[in-house]
Write a protein that binds this ligand. Structure first.
Ligand code: B12
Length: 307
């Protein structure tokens, strides 16, 4: 059997983070020749660059680690990280599962607009066995909440918030195709945020996690009126509708439009899950009938596991 797919084009190589033999040998504390032997035997799949170098994809690395029963314990440096001494800090935090330190590192990199750095932190944490949902709940969300607190106290500007959000979303988007995902479960979901809602990250996370769980997701994104959610339910006939709100305006009109969405969801058998601080008041929730209100992403995964 030929172990490596040969000659991925430069363009393909440029699309995602591929790990080199040298990086894997440092990560696993084994020699480069050991990594090459695993690759050449076909146990560890790789692709080859036009120059003949082996390159490894994240999902394959995770699969191989799991099959061999070991973890990525060594260090994986990028030139920037090693020269700034950032890496030991990250490795220490990963070693101790110190989520607060990881969130701090994450927010610094996100505020710097460092997509590579954020991506590398997430990839390293994932390789260390931290599940995607914990990465989001314990690292990304607290980091974004801290950024919000610093904005509230005037330390950061809206521009800083925008850079951080964009960097975090870009890094997650690049990483997602490389994470292990369950085979399709045949279920579909529509995910989005109500009208005037610009906080989109939770909805992106939800789509991302459901896709890893094998769902097919249509993401409507931020600022989607409830009548447009209704149109999407009519068109896609999803099993699940997820709505994320941080700030709900014009409750009378929104709850009226939401009612029409709910009626259709009931007729088509779609379950409706709401979440986010916009729905945290019981009085508000009462005006938006739902199958579940979830405070976090773990709750959502528990709910969909029962579906
Ligand atoms: C980035 C940001 C922005 C960006 C958003 C960019 C973007 N593309 O998303 C911009 C600059 C646009 C923005 C604007 C504003 N923002 Co702002 N923003 C933030 C910030 C810093 C991060 C938001 C974020 O991404 N969080 C990360 C996500 C993942 O966390 P989350 O939303 O809490 O979601 C978690 C759970 O709630 C849950 N969840 C949420 N929804 C759902 C749904 C389902 C179905 C489930 C299962 C779970 C779930 O799971 C998530 C993961 O753990 C927050 C700080 C914070 N505390 O969140 C402030 C914050 C939300 N913003 C705030 C404010 C006040 C505003 C503005 C009104 C400011 C202004 N005066 O213009 C505007 C309003 C814009 C609008 N109309 O929506 C306040 C809200 C206070 C409040 N609730 O009353 C906050 C809390 C800042 C603060 N400390 O005061 N903001």
């Amino acid at each position: 059997m030929k172990a490596c797919k040969t000659f991925v084009s430069e363009i393909e190589v440029g699309l995602e983070k591929l790990f080199s033999t040298n990086e894997l040998s440092r990560m696993w504390n084994v020699s480069e020749s050991t990594v090459k032997r695993w690759a050449d035997s076909g146990d560890l799949q790789c692709v080859k660059t036009p120059g003949g170098h082996r390159r490894f994809q994240l999902d394959e690395i995770v699969r191989f680690q799991r099959s061999q029963g070991f973890d990525a314990v060594g260090s994986l440096m990028t030139p920037g990280e090693s020269s700034e001494g950032v890496l030991p800090e990250m490795e220490r935090a990963l070693e101790r599962r110190d989520f607060s330190a990881l969130a701090d590192l994450f927010s610094r990199r996100a505020l710097d607009g460092d997509v590579e750095g954020v991506g590398s932190l997430l990839a390293r944490a994932y390789l260390r066995g931290i599940p995607a949902v914990d990465l989001q709940e314990q690292v990304v969300t607290p980091a974004m909440h801290r950024i919000g607190e610093r904005w509230r106290t005037g330390e950061l500007t809206v521009a800083d918030e925008h850079i951080a959000t964009r960097t975090a979303v870009d890094a997650l988007t690049r990483l997602q195709p490389e994470m292990l995902r369950r085979p399709s479960n045949g279920k579909t979901a529509v995910v989005g945020c109500p009208e005037d809602e610009l906080h989109e990250m939770a909805s992106r996370f939800i789509s991302f996690l459901l896709e890893l769980e094998g769902w097919t997701v249509t993401t409507l994104g931020m600022n989607t009126p409830f009548f447009s959610f209704r149109d999407a339910v009519e068109r896609y006939r999803p099993d699940l509708v997820c709505i994320s709100s941080t700030l709900l305006n014009d409750l009378d009109r929104q709850s009226r439009e939401y009612g029409e969405l709910c009626t259709l969801a009931r007729e088509t058998g779609a379950r409706v899950v709401i979440g986010g601080v916009g729905f945290s008041e019981p009085g508000v929730r009462a005006r938006f009938p739902h199958d579940a209100y979830c405070e976090n992403l773990r709750d959502l995964l528990r709910f969909v596991a029962r579906m």
